[in-house]
Ligand binder design. Structure first.
Ligand code: HAM
Length: 411
């Protein structure tokens, strides 16, 4: 038997209905905040992610789905959306042609070769928003508020963790401090962190393998080493978050797994008592557009894992819309049932017709099995009189109506 590729899921039935409604709600929420959709290809040249996300990140080093195409071009399935949005922003000269800030959202699949487990897949979905052309802390606050707003819409209780990871001015000196601090502790670090000390020392702070942050209590943190401008930005961020009524925790160990961040970094963790996986994460990336070859453009954004969001939505958040089913009891009734199906299609009623004639008892069993709330029956008598029998499956009550009358009743 051929099964789906490991870590990739099929979606159908009730879950697909709920998923679709979740996406509709999200689109409405972000559209109201003036984000417009941007769709970029599922694949990009691998060089984009190497340069954008960072050569030394796990995403690029270990998790990329990549291949050579027929012309030998090195292509990667997108592991995230920010680099693609920035690539498109530069390629289409958006900085010159559109008013700034440029606000976009995307919803779609992303690919990372990770060890599959609950909430972690090899094909997963993200909602992302990106705001290009604005350097203010207030915009960071609005960006974080947007993530928070999505979660509160779905009645999810979540914690926002914020940090500042500085800029080109102040981070190098802090980085040195970190390298110095860990130099004497090398033997207690995991193999990856032994390399990270030289390549990406900030990542030591959130390593889940050797977990230095729970072993050592005096690790130097970036927030104590910010330059004046970054410190002001971080203070303003906190002030604006308070105005947006977003409760937050300052967490100096939020360093993020992607290399492009400057100043604001944040993650949102749901208060479920269970897994501590972040449902959303993001921050500011003021150098990325220039690093990929575009004009100097400050930017900020986040992405939210939709599988993780989906699992957090309370069971009763969406009530199922009522289903109605139509049956013909004889060959002569089939045309009337076709007419009836056509009429029903003009109304916001979930309806399906079964065009194979069957006995009343059989139709009842079928309607019951599909979970129909109302069943419609057309038999010989109904054909003659242009009538239809409607049965309320819950109460058992049944009544004959004119075939055009029922639409008003079930609505
Ligand atoms: P990220 O933290 O790598 O950030 O991913 C964002 C969210 O995607 C995570 O918090 C998680 O919910 C979800 N996610 C990531 N990997 C998986 C996986 N394997 N399975 C299921 N869900 C997953 C970014 O991707 C950045 N591009 C966010 C950003 C946008 N920063 C600025 N703008």
């Amino acid at each position: 038997m051929i099964s789906a590729v490991k870590g990739m899921n099929d979606l159908f039935g009730k879950r697909a209905v709920r998923w679709g409604r979740m996406e509709e709600d999200i689109k409405l929420l972000v559209s109201n905040a003036n984000f417009t959709e941007m769709r970029t290809p599922m694949v990009e040249e691998i060089a984009l992610f190497k340069r954008g996300v960072g050569e030394t990140t796990d995403v690029v080093q270990k998790e990329m789905y990549d291949f050579l195409d027929k012309k030998g071009r090195h292509i990667a399935m997108r592991p995230e959306g920010t680099a693609s949005v920035v690539r498109a922003f530069i390629e289409h000269g958006i900085a010159m042609n559109e008013p700034m800030p440029f606000k976009v959202f995307y919803i779609g699949p992303f690919f990372r070769y990770e060890r599959p487990q609950k909430g972690r897949y090899r094909q997963f979905h993200q909602l992302g928003i990106e705001i290009l052309g604005d350097e203010t802390a207030q915009m960071d606050a609005e960006m974080i508020f947007t993530a928070f707003r999505v979660l509160t819409h779905f009645k999810i209780d979540a914690e926002v963790h914020i940090n500042s990871i500085g800029c080109k001015e102040c981070r190098p000196a802090y980085r040195e401090k970190l390298v110095e601090y860990f130099a004497s502790k090398k033997e207690h670090l995991c193999e990856d962190c032994k390399t990270r000390i030289n390549t990406n020392p900030l990542r030591l702070l959130d390593c889940k393998i050797c977990d230095p942050k729970s072993k050592y209590k005096d690790i130097p943190v970036m927030t104590d080493h910010l330059c004046g401008a970054c410190d002001d930005h971080f203070k303003q961020l906190q002030k604006s978050l308070a105005i947006f009524h977003v409760p937050y925790i300052i967490d100096p160990f939020i360093v993020r797994g992607l290399d492009y961040y400057t100043r604001t970094a944040f993650e949102v963790v749901a208060n479920t008592g269970g897994s501590q996986n972040a449902v959303a994460g993001g921050g500011r990336y003021d150098n990325l557009v220039a690093d990929i070859g575009g004009p100097d453009t400050p930017a900020t954004g986040f992405a939210m894992g939709l599988e993780r969001l989906f699992d957090l939505i309370p069971e009763d958040f969406y009530s199922e819309s009522m289903l109605s089913a139509g049956y013909a009891l004889c060959d002569e009734a089939v045309d009337d049932l076709v007419h009836f199906a056509k009429h029903m299609s003009h109304h916001p009623i979930r309806f399906f017709a079964d065009y194979k004639p069957k006995k009343f008892k059989k139709a009842l069993q079928k309607a019951d099995k599909t979970g129909a709330a109302f069943m419609f029956i057309i038999g010989e008598d109904e054909v003659k009189e242009k009538k239809i029998l409607m049965k309320n499956m819950k109460t058992g009550e049944q009544k004959v109506y004119g075939q055009h009358e029922v639409m008003i009743i079930v609505r």
